[in-house]
Design a protein around this ligand. Structure first.
Ligand code: ZN
Length: 91
């Protein structure tokens, strides 16, 4: 499977029930996936970043619905968002 497709598949898994502990990175195969939703709580829309802590590859998906149970950072808290999400390589 294409790496990009695998990242999107991972996004689907996260949107459903947020498990990442056993998910493997499409790039390096390590089970070191982390993710963060960022958006606005009143509209529950925003973007989702998924990355691998081990190799720092990942994906950024905009225009997603933020699940009720997800931990979501506010878009305007730029410093908090910057601290939380590493500068990963997309694709
Ligand atoms: Zn990786």
């Amino acid at each position: 499977m294409q790496t990009k497709k695998m990242w999107f598949k991972l996004a689907g898994v996260i949107a459903d029930n947020l498990p990442t502990a056993s998910q493997e990175c499409p790039e390096c195969g390590q089970a070191q996936i982390d993710f963060q939703y960022v958006g606005e709580r009143n509209t529950m829309r925003g973007f989702l970043c998924i990355w691998c802590v081990s190799c720092l590859h990942g994906i950024h998906i905009s225009g997603v619905r933020i699940p009720e149970h997800a931990d979501c950072l506010q878009k305007n808290q730029v410093e908090t968002v910057k601290k939380r999400i590493p500068n990963f390589k997309v694709g």
